[in-house]
Write a protein that binds this ligand. Structure first.
Ligand code: ISJ
Length: 259
C-alpha cells in the first residue's frame, strides 16, 4: 500500500508493545513531536529485525541487536533497564535450577535470551540444552524443562511457576552493574531537533507515571511498583557501563562460537 502523503517525511519509530513501555508512550503521544513520527508497535525481536532491515529509523530495540547494525546511534537518555530485580525477565521453572536440563528461549526476546546464555555459563555454571521457540511455548515449561519468558507474559508466568530466577538480579550479582535490556537506537543520523524533542517526550511520560497507572488497569501485577521499583528508565553513566560490559560478553561468545 503506498504511504499516505503526510506520512512520507515522518520518522518511523518502533516501540515494544509491552506494559513496560506505557509510561514512555504516554509521554510521546502527548508531546508535540508526535506529529513528526509514526509509531510502530511490535514485540522486541521484530522491532530489532525492522531496525536491521531499515523499515524503521529508530526503535526501542533489544540492545543485543547493536552488534548487528551497520550504523547505530543511541539517541536518548532513556531505556528499559534495571538496578535490582526486573520482575519481567526470568528463567521460570517447576524445579530448582540444579535440576533443570533444558531451557526454552523466548522467541520474542533478543537481549534476555543472550543474557540467559551468559548467566547460565558464567554465573550459574550450568550446561543445559537450549531450545528455540515459536508461538506459545509456556505450557511446555514443566518438569526439568525451564523457560526464559519476558514482558507481560513473564508477569503472568510469575503466578504459575514456583521457581523464578530473575535475570536482572543475577546480572547485578555477577557484575555489580545495572542492566539495560533495550535502548532507543537509530540506524542513521537523525535531526538534532527531533532528538531533543523526542528525549523530552520520554521524560514527560516518566513524570506522569500516576496517570499512566490510571490508564492501564492490570490485575496481574502492581504497575506502579513495576514502573518505579523494577524497571529503571534512566540511561545513567552506570547503566552505560553495564551495557558495554554486556556487549563485551556477546562479542566474546560470538568469537568462541565461530571457532
Ligand atoms: C525488561 C524487559 O525488557 C525487554 C527485553 C527485551 C529482550 O529480551 O530482547 C527487549 C526489550 C525490553 O522491553 C521486559 O520485556 O520484560
Amino acid at each position: 500500500m503506498p504511504a499516505k502523503l503526510n506520512q512520507l517525511n515522518k520518522i518511523k519509530v518502533g516501540i515494544v508493545n509491552y506494559l513496560n513501555t506505557k509510561p514512555l508512550i504516554f509521554g510521546i503521544q502527548r508531546a508535540p513531536v508526535v506529529d513528526q513520527l509514526l509509531l510502530i508497535e511490535d514485540y522486541p525481536a521484530n522491532i530489532a529485525r525492522m531496525l536491521v532491515e531499515g523499515t524503521i529509523d529508530v526503535g526501542l530495540v533489544p540492545v543485543a541487536v547493536i552488534p548487528h547494525l551497520k550504523e547505530h546511534h543511541i539517541i536518548t537518555d532513556y531505556c528499559i533497564g534495571c538496578e535490582g530485580p526486573v520482575a519481567s525477565v526470568a528463567i521460570f521453572s517447576e524445579v530448582p535450577l540444579e535440576k533443570v536440563e533444558k531451557v526454552l528461549l523466548d522467541y520474542q526476546s533478543r537481549t534476555s535470551v543472550a543474557l540467559a546464555k551468559v548467566l547460565l555459563r558464567k554465573y550459574w555454571k550450568k550446561d543445559v540444552e537450549l531450545i528455540d521457540t515459536k508461538d506459545d511455548y509456556r505450557s511446555q515449561i514443566k518438569g526439568t524443562t525451564a523457560g526464559v519468558v519476558i514482558g507481560d507474559r513473564a508477569l503472568e508466568q510469575r503466578k504459575v511457576s514456583p521457581y523464578i530466577y530473575d535475570l536482572g538480579e543475577a546480572w547485578i550479582a555477577m557484575t555489580g552493574l545495572p542492566f539495560v535490556f533495550a535502548a532507543w537506537v537509530s540506524n542513521k543520523q537523525l535531526p538534532a531537533d527531533f532528538i531533543t524533542a523526542f528525549d523530552a517526550a520520554n521524560k514527560q511520560g516518566l513524570q506522569h507515571i500516576e496517570m499512566a497507572v490510571e490508564e492501564n488497569p492490570y490485575p496481574v501485577f502492581d504497575l506502579r511498583k513495576y514502573w518505579t521499583e523494577h524497571i529503571s528508565y534512566e540511561l545513567t553513566p552506570n547503566k552505560r557501563k553495564g551495557l558495554e560490559k554486556f556487549l563485551e560478553f556477546l562479542t566474546v561468545s560470538q568469537t568462541q562460537a565461530a571457532k
